[in-house]
Design a protein around this ligand. Sequence first.
Ligand SMILES: [Fe+2]
Length: 384
Amino acid sequence: MVPQTFTFQVPTDVVFGPGSLARLPEVVAPFGERLLVVSDPGIAAAGILEKVAAQVQATGRRTEIVADVEPNPSVETVERATEAYRRSGAQWILAVGGGSAMDVGKAVALLAVHPGRIGAYEGVGKVPGPTAPLVCVPTTAGTGSEVTIFSVITDRQRKFKMPIGSSHLLPRAAVCDPDLTVSMPQALTAATGMDALTHAVECYTNTTYHPIAKALALDAIRLIGRNLRRAYANGRDLDARAQMLLASTMAAMAFTRTRLGNVHAMSHPVGAHFDVPHGLANALLLPYVMDWNLPGCLETFPAVAAALGEAPDGLPPRGAAAVAVDAVRQLNRDLGIPERLRDVGVTLESLPVLAQDAMKSGNVLVNPRATTYEEMRALFERAW
Ligand SMILES: [Fe+2]
């Protein structure tokens, strides 16, 4: 790639490592006495919410808890949580969970300071100024939302996932403790891990010039190649869990600067129309999109294949690139990911609308192969 201008900031303070939850009291020290905790029912049932909240309550702070965030969280959930924030007199937000809880945390942080409904801020760069402080404690190894500028909220009326991107949405701090990811069920480990891989592959191969992000992305691919099967096979493997959490945070630090590609453009309408969890939709779509992108990835896919532990050396460029596509397809099989969109409830009649919505995504513009509406529809048909 021809060198171009780029910028790089890592404004979120990240504390990483097994047992790092014990450092939450010092992380929250700069923030006010009252806070809203945002989480989801799975995290509450696993006892993680209680454990994290106890760390903050031990500092004398008063917590209001909203623990009913759903997958593909809605505008209504954001409004309810914002109402709880105002009612309780909270001064900042602590999000505990996967992408859904953290994305709702970001949206509440926004509405706590700026007027109107969340839909008014859809797009990139629409948030006019600082938001309420947000601290994130991720419990999955996939989304990386703890270090990104994005919140994705679903408008159920329009059946549309709205990306809201602004540097004002970056969390102030994140405590990334792999111990908290150990109780993730197998299917969630697979889907969230493949979300992280999709972030890394789309970032590494897209057309954005950003050598620092690309280096982070390639190393995230390497970590995922070595550890995702291990974490899936044995959730108690703390080393594999730690490497996966590291990979998801690195991949997100990377893609938040480069955007992604067609997989995310396509998975958002699939989630909005059929409520398919984000990671699962990405996992399923990734090999189809990579196969389509291959002519634009003759230089990058061989490196992806090598990072995934394959040996493409000595093959001609096309063959070496194809090894990456096969490696991802095989990884999906090993993780029990369904192979076709119809297997997760997507209907044939919906594909033209899904393709239309996918074309609205800014991610299409940086995909390594330029894509027309007709080609997008054909991609959906192939994956169906
Ligand atoms: Fe994602």
